[in-house]
Design a binder for this molecule. Structure first.
Ligand SMILES: [Zn+2]
Length: 140
C-alpha cells in the first residue's frame, strides 16, 4: 500500500496528472462561458428576432425590446468571474506545486555526496579526487 502511494505521488508530482486535471477544470470552466454566452446572448437574440418577425406590431416596440433587452448580462458576467476565479485558484495551486517540486529537486541535489573521506588520513576530499591533497596518497 505504501509503495502504491509512493508511485501515485511520483506520478502526481511529475506534472502529467496536474496538467491533465488543469486541462479538465479549465475546459469545464470555459465550457461554462460558452454555455453562458449562448444562454445570455444567442438564445435571447434568436428569441428576439423571432419575436420581432412574428409579434412586433411596429418598429418602436421592437427597439424598446432591444434596448431593455432579454439579455441576462449579469449571469454572463458572473460566469466570467467564476472562470477567472477558477483560473486564479489553479494558478496559485500550480505555483505552489512547482515550488514544492523545485524544493524537492534541491533536496536531492544536496543529498548527493560531493565529498569522500580519504582512507589514509581520514580528511574530507573531493568525490572525484584520485590523489589526496592532505597526505598525497593515491585514492581510487
Ligand atoms: Zn589523505
Amino acid at each position: 500500500m505504501k509503495k502504491f502511494l509512493n508511485e501515485f505521488k511520483e506520478f502526481a508530482m511529475k506534472g502529467n496528472m496536474i496538467d491533465m486535471s488543469i486541462g479538465v477544470v479549465i475546459g469545464a470552466a470555459f465550457g461554462k462561458i460558452v454555455t453562458g454566452l449562448t444562454d445570455c446572448i444567442i438564445t435571447p437574440l434568436i428569441a428576439l428576432i423571432i419575436h420581432a418577425l412574428f409579434h412586433a406590431d411596429n418598429t418602436d416596440q421592437l427597439f424598446s425590446s432591444i434596448v431593455v433587452g432579454p439579455f441576462p448580462i449579469g449571469q454572463l458576467i458572473s460566469t466570467i468571474i467564476d472562470f477567472l476565479i477558477t483560473a486564479i485558484v489553479l494558478f496559485i495551486i500550480v505555483k505552489a506545486i512547482n515550488q514544492l517540486q523545485t524544493m524537492g529537486h534541491k533536496d536531492t541535489e544536496e543529498a548527493a555526496p560531493t565529498v569522500k573521506v580519504c582512507p589514509y588520513c581520514k580528511s574530507e576530499i573531493a568525490i572525484d579526487a584520485v590523489k589526496c591533497p592532505h597526505c598525497t596518497s593515491d585514492v581510487e
